[in-house]
Ligand binder design. Structure first.
Ligand code: SF4
Length: 433
């Protein structure tokens, strides 16, 4: 059993038996679903918006090379550069060179799956301080407790951890807790030398980086730090600024059930001479890091259309039972079960192929209509074909049967229905009706 699988299973066991955590998560999910359905009612034609988004994302991935070159051309200017990284090692080396060049001693970071892919924090020189600035990550970092999960940990427990860490009493409730954490975080923005963020989209025709957030930490960090480093997968490319409106609104309604995320920025480079704040240098590091392995598969490449809204997770019963932290990977839930085994290594992450009930619900709520249950099925098929786990284990035989059955289920159902209809007709005819 791989270390990843072992760790996943033991975390899953623990999370699944945590009834309080499950109840908190169930309430949060129910609230999300109510908000989302209210927000979706604002669309005069939600299906059309989803089709447009799907078209945009398919076009972007199919012509990624052209759009990425245009992005580089349009973004590059004095003190604004696009850099390319093949894998995480390449990306980390580039970042370390930039930190050295700009004499960076303190970095503030915003939550980003692309940055998490790099395991950057663990590879920084000892004299460089790295501070997370998204609420959840900041709490995990200062309390040195990765288990704290905003969606599952009771407020009282979280407040106790924070109060113990800062040796300061803390009032119970979301508002006082947010105020407390924001206050503790504030000074880090002022004296950071660099900020590292992800990107929601790289907008090709205008050379812009689109960033969406609810906490305001990215806006604050970008206002004060002298160097802004963006890390983005090449799949973040979109053709035009005209596509941003549809994608941003779908991102917000699907992600949080809101009409629009609280803070949305389009950044075209470092601070201009007439601007009061903003970085002096800006770099966009575009990473591959396994995306080509996804692109190679005719079906699974649809997963690269993902806009990382997180809606599929909310409709996944496995994710709702075991929680975000159990996965220990940058991409979780149904989309993680498609991406991670292909981007990393299928043998080590094969357990994620089975962390799904293959329900259609995540796909039905995906704003870009990614058929997640089918793609997970294709991944299972791929895994079985490669006979990664050996030919003769009982597990493989069971899964082979399982994949075969799931693939053929519709055909079997159609045949049975046809037979039933035919037999009923014969009975009706022979009975003279
Ligand atoms: S796959 Fe999931 S995270 Fe990606 S766009 Fe669809 S619903 Fe959102």
């Amino acid at each position: 059993m791989s270390d990843f699988k072992h760790s996943f299973l033991s975390h899953a066991d623990k999370a699944a038996s945590d009834i309080t955590g499950y109840q908190i998560m169930a309430e949060a999910t129910a609230l999300y679903k109510r908000r989302r359905s209210d927000t979706c009612a604002y669309y005069s034609n939600l299906e059309l918006a989803r089709d447009r988004a799907l078209y945009t994302r398919s076009k972007a991935i199919a012509n990624a090379e052209t759009y990425l070159k245009d992005f580089e051309l349009n973004f590059s200017k004095p003190k604004a550069k696009v850099l390319w990284a093949l894998d995480e090692k390449d990306a980390v080396t580039t970042i370390l060179q930039l930190l050295h060049k700009h004499d960076v001693k303190k970095i503030v970071a915003s939550r980003s799956a692309a940055v998490n892919e790099l395991f950057l924090k663990e590879q920084l020189p000892q004299d460089v301080t790295f501070v997370e600035t998204a609420f959840q990550e900041f709490v995990n970092q200062v309390t040195d407790n990765e288990e704290i999960d905003l969606l599952r940990t009771p407020h009282k427990e979280m407040a106790d951890h924070l109060s113990e860490t800062f040796q300061s009493p803390l009032e119970l409730g979301s508002k006082p807790m947010v105020q407390f954490v924001t206050k503790k975080m504030r000074n880090h923005f002022f004296d950071a030398d660099a900020v590292i963020t992800g990107a929601n989209f790289l907008v090709s025709d205008v050379g812009g980086v689109a960033l969406s957030e609810n906490e305001g930490n990215i806006c604050r960090a970008c206002a004060f730090a002298k160097t802004h480093i963006v890390v983005a997968g090449y799949d973040k490319i979109i053709p035009s600024i005209n596509d941003v409106e549809t994608l941003w609104t779908l991102f917000a309604s699907s992600g949080d059930g809101t009409l629009l995320t609280a803070y949305n920025s389009l950044i075209f480079g470092p601070r201009a001479s007439y601007e009061d704040d903003g970085p002096e240098n800006m770099y966009v590091i575009i990473i591959n890091n396994g995306r080509d392995a996804v692109l190679r598969h005719k079906q699974q490449q649809k997963a690269l259309h993902c806009i990382r809204c997180g809606a599929c997770k909310r409709y996944c019963s496995v994710w709702n039972t075991i929680g975000e932290k159990t996965y220990q990977t940058p991409y979780t839930g149904p989309i993680g079960s498609v991406l991670t085994p292909l981007m990393k290594d299928m043998r080590s992450y094969r357990h994620l192929l089975y962390a799904s009930t293959l329900s259609k619900k995540p796909a039905q709520h995906c704003p870009v209509k990614i058929p997640l249950h089918e793609l997970i099925g294709y991944n299972r098929e791929l895994f079985i074909k490669k006979k990664i786990a050996g030919n003769f284990s009982l597990w493989n035989i069971f899964m082979k049967y399982n994949a075969f059955f799931l693939g053929k289920r519709n055909i079997i159902r159609k045949v049975l229905i046809k037979r039933f209809v035919a037999r009923t007709r014969i009975e009706l005819v022979t009975s003279g009706l």
